[in-house]
Design a protein around this ligand. Sequence first.
Ligand SMILES: [Zn+2]
Length: 343
Amino acid sequence: MDKEELKQFLLNNLPLAREAKSGEQVVCQCAVCSTPDTKGHCYIGPFDDTDSPIMYNCFRCDPTEERRKGVVNQEFLNRYQLWMPGDYGNNPNRSYIKKKRIGNRQVLDIANTIEDTRENQLKLQYINKRLGLQLSYQDLVGLKIFLNLQYLLNSNNIHTYSRDANIIHLLGSNFLGVLGVNNNMLSLRRLIETGLPNTVNKKYINYVVTDKIDAEKFYMVPNSVDMMKPVHIHIAEGFFDILGIFFNVMNCNTEQNLYIAGFGKSYEESLKFLVCNFPMLYTVVHLYPDLDVTDYVVRGICNNIQPVVNELYIHRNMYRGDGKQEKDFGVPREKIITSTLKI
Ligand SMILES: [Zn+2]
């Protein structure tokens, strides 16, 4: 029995079962909390062509309830008085050892777009100075960072732009950016503050490559994790922050760590994107709020996300230089003093 057959079985037999996420997931009523509602809140998946195990995760169960998530096996089906069909029940764990790649997909080719021009040298210098690093062009490719939007589009044979050609030119010269997780949405960061027309004079600008509806507005440092082991999820506001955290706080630790930043999305949305798409057994979430996010707001965020995480930590950059506190984590290592609070 393959994943598709299991999916059909679950759709036919679980209460309130329906497809979600274009068929990658099945949602049904949870047998543990049995939340009385017209819609189920137990998410099962992924029903895709990867070898990830099929897991479930209820979003309405009490956070301390251990049975709110796990592997879809006979024990899970017992709650619905169902028997695992065919040979699936013999080995639901079969793919546990394999790691799931997250954020690695790269449809647009960045490699050909980074020429050693004066402009690109300056942009690379900007990144390295800002984060206190010595990255090469090749490092940028691995991190899904591109230096010129116009080159990126043209070298990928995309000549139909979703914005005016003049704007594409301005975004190419004065911004750099990253590819989103699904590559149809890009996030651009402004490099100069003066001389830009109002339409593009913003710190961050999103660019839609195609008009596909399910554009995912998130940047992730490409990595692989074993979803059956605890996964640490690091969430920051912008992609410079998350790069600063990856390099200067976590020392490029990729072991069971995921790094995500939304393109103008909230912490909640970033986390929701991850837990809905990549069922993980045990999540340790690390938030890195900017200085201007008050403790009050952070407490609200924590209350919202606590039900779906196992452990939660807040990290703030307490470094003070020139009489003022550093705004965020998108800075060199020597300008970071982390204060951590366990929630
Ligand atoms: Zn439940």
